[in-house]
Design a protein around this ligand. Structure first.
Ligand code: FA5
Length: 356
């Protein structure tokens, strides 16, 4: 580096060589973190020596500015690197002193950090949701504690309707006028009504979420399940749209080779109602404990939205029609991975969960 430059503001000369020498000596003398930090502030900080040199460059003739600027920048890079290396060597010295003092046993095995992952049902639910989103469905959510009206009444399941027996319900322990008005939702279907109350057709929406039933559990039945509700309402929607959408979903989820079966089923809020099953992965359709000797495992209930519900929502049921479906994520995950007992999902056994 060459000679001093004139300081434009003070008239004094700035000697880069001298600045470099002072800075290097200061760094060599700094022997702990606090000293290193004050050195950094004094030399490289916003108001540090080097920064003020760089600020003064503007007032110099172009040739001088280039030369001094280059020298000052080179010094800055050198000092930053020197700071980092001094920091490391001080840390090394500290560690060596600790080891020598017998405070650290470097022969002990390291502690492995356990990396978490998403629960298999969360992974499955996200994959299912993504398939429907790619078909143009939006995503919404609803409450897990429901009212009698949304869980049953608005879906045409009156208090004395036998369909209430299809979903053994966990009620909240709170009574009003001799009745229990709140429950853990037994399915995601209440969100059909919740969404239609707030929106006009055309509607294409999916609602993923937890549901609860007072089930006697077995290899394909849990008391806490995860469903995804599907709802499409528009002019000209037919059962063919329902089948097309669900076939496409099944193909993407399970592959072309898996067999899919549609059968008539009864749900008061659809007309007609169907259920969709996939052939049993365990017995290939022969019949076994897994599929209750049926050869098929049901994964969803579905159907055309009942015209009475469309009318109740204020829609013109002569003009618009719709389809709806409720799919169980546990059953989908079970079938895709050949899992023999649905209860494994919620037993918190890491040997099982870490396979996903
Ligand atoms: C219903 O829950 C209807 N709400 C579905 C529906 C929606 C019908 C829209 C018509 C229109 P279902 O009780 O069959 O239906 O349950 C639907 C799916 O949830 C089942 O096919 C299954 O995949 C899953 N499921 C239901 N109960 C259980 C359970 N106890 N354990 C595991 N999965 C279950």
């Amino acid at each position: 580096m060459r000679g001093p430059m004139a300081d434009q503001q003070t008239g004094t000369e700035v000697d880069i060589e001298a600045i470099a020498a002072t800075a290097r000596a200061g760094l060599a003398a700094a022997d702990d973190e606090a000293a290193l930090e004050s050195w950094r502030v004094a030399q490289l900080g916003r108001k540090g020596v080097l920064t003020s040199v760089l600020r003064q460059l503007a007032g110099l003739p172009i040739e001088e500015r280039r030369r001094i600027g280059a020298e000052a920048n080179a010094l800055k890079t050198e000092l930053e690197a020197a700071l980092e290396s001094r920091r490391l060597s001080l840390a090394g010295e500290r560690l060596a002193a600790t080891v020598a003092g017998g405070q650290v046993d470097v022969t002990l095995p390291g502690r492995t950090k356990r990396v978490g992952r998403l629960h298999p049902i969360t992974q499955t639910l996200r994959e299912m949701t993504d398939i429907f989103v790619s078909m143009g469905f939006a995503v919404t959510e609803g409450p897990e504690v429901e009212t009698d009206y949304y869980n049953f009444g608005a879906l045409l399941i009156a208090p004395d309707h036998p369909a209430r027996d299809m979903q053994d319900t966990l009620y909240i322990d709170y009574q009003r006028d001799g009745a229990y008005p709140f429950m853990l939702r037994t399915h995601t279907s209440p969100n059909q009504v919740r969404f239609m109350e707030q929106h006009q057709p055309p509607i294409r929406v999916v609602v993923p979420g937890r549901c609860y039933r007072n089930e006697a559990t077995d290899p394909t039945h849990e008391w806490m399940i995860t469903q995804i509700e599907l709802l499409a309402v528009d002019e000209g929607i037919s059962l063919a749209d329902l089948k097309g959408t669900l076939f496409e979903f099944a193909k993407r989820m399970f592959g072309q080779e898996r067999k899919v079966r549609f059968r008539c089923d009864y749900f008061p809020y659809v007309e007609p109602g169907v259920d969709m099953s996939i052939d049993c992965f365990l017995c290939g359709g022969e019949g076994c404990r897994m599929c209750h000797n049926e050869g098929w495992i049901e994964i969803m209930g579905a159907g055309m939205v009942h015209p009475q519900i469309l009318t109740n929502m204020g829609y013109d049921a002569e003009r618009v029609t719709g389809f709806a479906a409720g799919i169980g994520a546990e059953r989908v995950c079970l079938l895709r991975n050949g899992i023999e007992d649905i209860r494994s999902f919620y037993q918190n056994d890491l040997r099982f969960l870490e396979q996903f």
